[in-house]
Design a protein around this ligand. Structure first.
Ligand code: KIV
Length: 311
């Protein structure tokens, strides 16, 4: 199913016997059990308060081990729908489902104690109406324990963002290049050059007025991004939007060199883990073929003499 809630899987249709600890409660209790170093998870209000202060460090994560690595260094960890492309090999983010987001959101929450997790609303799960958006946002939050959602769109999403924030759903907005609209935008192009810049500014003001606690600016020219950052009172988080934003975000698989199908200009590679992994796999294959793996150090000696063998 794409972008909806089936009756069978809906948390509100569960019987009492199905009730399990809420993921957000588990997160709280993990924090409280640490007597020596209590960790207070970051909340949307904390992100909002960082406007104009030290740059916000944001990364995507989709799994528990990567969330554990990102958590100590990041202010925001986004379970992005980019997972459709970097984990599932899809050609775009359009095929990402609610079920995929929930599974990866739950995995990420097992690895986070202090950063602020945010989860993307997948294509088809919020565009139809504010009510549809609330139903699916609350479902994502209930199933994962993630306290904030991200959705794409500016002026045309104003009413939806206002509807969600008025009902307790913190929203991170996403404007400029909005990858879920790749088919109407005509590709992954820079958005906001020349005349188009005024429209992006209007989008930015609209999502702020609607109550978004921050906004991602994707692939907007750096001067425009800086002007938007100076105009807004909520933090801007740039991806391909220049250094003048209040924070930066990258797709983790891009910056670690794990996703190598293509590299957008705005990606800086901090590691080449894909290449390291390919070399490790080739070494393993050679060892198996040469019978040099497993060695005695990876094997278990027999305790009793084998039947028929000489003492
Ligand atoms: O899906 C994603 O990873 C994103 C970030 C690139 C902002 O939306």
């Amino acid at each position: 199913m794409r972008g909806g809630v089936t009756q069978d899987s809906c948390w509100c249709s569960m019987g009492l016997g199905d009730i399990k600890p809420h993921p957000f409660l588990l997160r709280e209790s993990k924090r409280d059990m640490s007597a020596t170093s209590p960790v207070r998870p970051t909340l949307p209000v904390d992100i909002l308060a960082r406007k104009g202060a030290a740059p916000l460090v944001c990364l995507t994560a989709y799994t528990t081990p990567i969330a554990r690595l990102a958590d100590p260094h990041c202010d925001v960890v986004l379970v992005g729908d980019s997972l459709g492309m970097v984990l599932y090999g899809l050609p775009s983010t359009l095929g990402v489902t609610m079920e995929m987001m929930i599974a990866h959101g739950q995995a990420v929450m097992r690895g986070i104690t202090r950063a602020m997790p945010v989860i993307d609303m997948p294509f088809g799960s919020y565009e139809e109406s504010p009510e549809q958006a609330f139903r699916n946002a609350s479902h994502l939050m209930a199933e994962t324990g993630i306290p904030a959602v991200k959705l794409e769109g500016g002026v045309h999403m104003h009413d939806t963002i206002a509807f969600l924030t008025a009902r307790g759903v913190p929203v991170m907005a996403h404007i400029g290049l909005t990858p879920q609209s790749v088919n109407t935008l005509g590709g992954y192009k820079v958005v906001g050059r020349a005349d188009e810049g005024a429209k992006v500014m209007v989008d930015a003001e609209a999502v702020q007025a609607a109550g978004a606690f921050s906004v991602v600016l994707e692939k907007t020219p750096e001067g425009l991004s800086q002007r938007i950052t100076q105009t807004l009172t909520i933090p801007t988080i740039g991806i391909g939007a220049g250094v003048g934003c209040d924070g930066q975000i990258l797709v983790i698989d891009d910056m670690l060199g794990l996703f190598t199908d293509f590299r957008p200009k705005f990606v800086k590679r901090y590691a080449t883990l894909g290449q390291t992994a390919a070399e490790a796999i080739a070494d393993y294959a050679a060892d198996v073929r040469a019978r040099t793996f497993p060695g005695p150090e990876h094997s278990f000696p027999d305790v009793l003499p084998l039947k028929g063998s000489k003492p």
